[in-house]
Design a protein around this ligand. Structure first.
Ligand code: NAP
Ligand code: COA
Length: 258
């Protein structure tokens, strides 16, 4: 999907999973890539994997809850790769727990990583963005709009991520900065699915999706490249569901024949 040669793509929360696949996708399309996550060891290994695949990539260890750390990360990234053309904010934390087992600190921790982290990643980037022209993308989730038991923390955080996306799209649009979000559905072979989905219920979950299968990490990478391509130059403030129809409702045979 497209040619990103000469463009600088910065992906926050990208030591693995969906966000790393996004970095791989842009890298394969010619971009210079910066990836960031908390773990020095994991981000160094991920950056090496990108370089081994021929991508001009660096990895930076930083927690998205550390605003000053992000400012330093952007300075380092821009010195290496130039101004940022595409910025992805995908760091997140989640676990299943009933509200009465989610302490105030546990709730705050997830909100701090997902919501405040996305705000930090976007806000601290301003001086380093290609303006006009930059494409900013938050990675949200269906939990932002569909209340889910045992995920009160993630639902609240991702709802806020959607609103940060839309508010910033309003404010930064006049400067030629587009801000969108991608809402993945259940994506195979990810930490999110390992934490949230019961493998014994895989057939039932797939059967409830209109497209009857889990998505792939590459599906999300393709969507991010589309949103950052000239084809999407008039798209801002949108939440793009890449979810096999998860958002529109239950498409299981039972539900359809009721
Ligand atoms: P993942 O592999 O756990 O990815 C999360 C990434 O964020 C990791 O690279 C992690 O690396 C980093 N991270 C976590 N806390 C951080 C922090 N405080 N500061 C900086 N980096 C941090 O999970 P995933 O399943 O691929 O999910 C990726 C994104 O997609 C998330 O935003 C998630 O909500 C969204 N999503 C996933 C699914 C799914 O099916 N998996 C569905 C809908 C939405 P370190 O541990 O090195 O920090
Ligand atoms: N159930 C209930 N509470 C939990 C929990 C669980 N499964 N896991 C952690 N917590 C609580 C802790 O007990 C702590 O609260 P307390 O101080 O009241 O005891 C609070 O959450 C913070 O935990 P801590 O381990 O210090 O946070 P962290 O910043 O090191 O890690 C997490 C953040 C908890 C979200 C961790 O799971 C993580 O790093 N996740 C990243 C990967 C991920 O979730 N990927 C999927 C994305 S969809």
């Amino acid at each position: 999907m497209g040619d990103f040669s000469g463009r600088h793509v910065f992906v926050a929360g990208a030591s693995g999973g969906i966000n790393f696949a996004i970095a791989q996708g842009f890298g394969a399309a010619g971009a210079r890539v910066t990836i960031l996550s908390r773990s020095e060891e994991k981000i160094a290994a991920a950056a090496q994997e990108l370089r081994d695949a021929g991508v001009n990539a660096i990895g930076i260890a930083c927690d998205v809850r550390d605003y000053a750390g992000l400012e330093a990360a952007y300075t380092q990234a821009v010195a290496a790769h130039g101004r940022i053309d595409v910025l992805i904010s995908g760091a997140a934390g989640n676990f299943l727990a009933p509200a009465l087992k989610v302490s105030a600190n546990a709730f705050k921790t997830v909100v701090d990583i997902d919501l405040l982290g996305t705000y930090n990643v976007f806000r601290a980037s301003w001086d380093h963005l290609t303006r006009p022209g930059a494409s900013l993308i938050a990675i949200t989730a269906g939990q932002a709009v569909h209340p889910s038991p045992f995920q009160i923390h993630a639902c609240a955080a991702k709802a806020g991520v959607n609103m940060v996306t839309k508010c910033l799209a309003l404010e930064w649009g006049p400067a030629g900065v587009r801000v969108n979000a991608i809402s993945p559905g259940p994506i195979a072979d990810t930490e999110g699915m390992r934490r949230l989905a019961d493998p014994a219920r895989e057939a039932k979950l797939k059967g409830s999706l209109a497209l009857r299968d889990y998505g792939t990490k590459a599906d999300i990478a393709e969507a991010a490249m589309f949103l950052s391509s000239p084809a999407a130059k008039y798209i801002t403030g949108t939440i793009l569901n890449v979810d096999g129809g998860n958002d529109i409702g239950d498409a299981s045979a039972d539900a359809l024949t009721m």
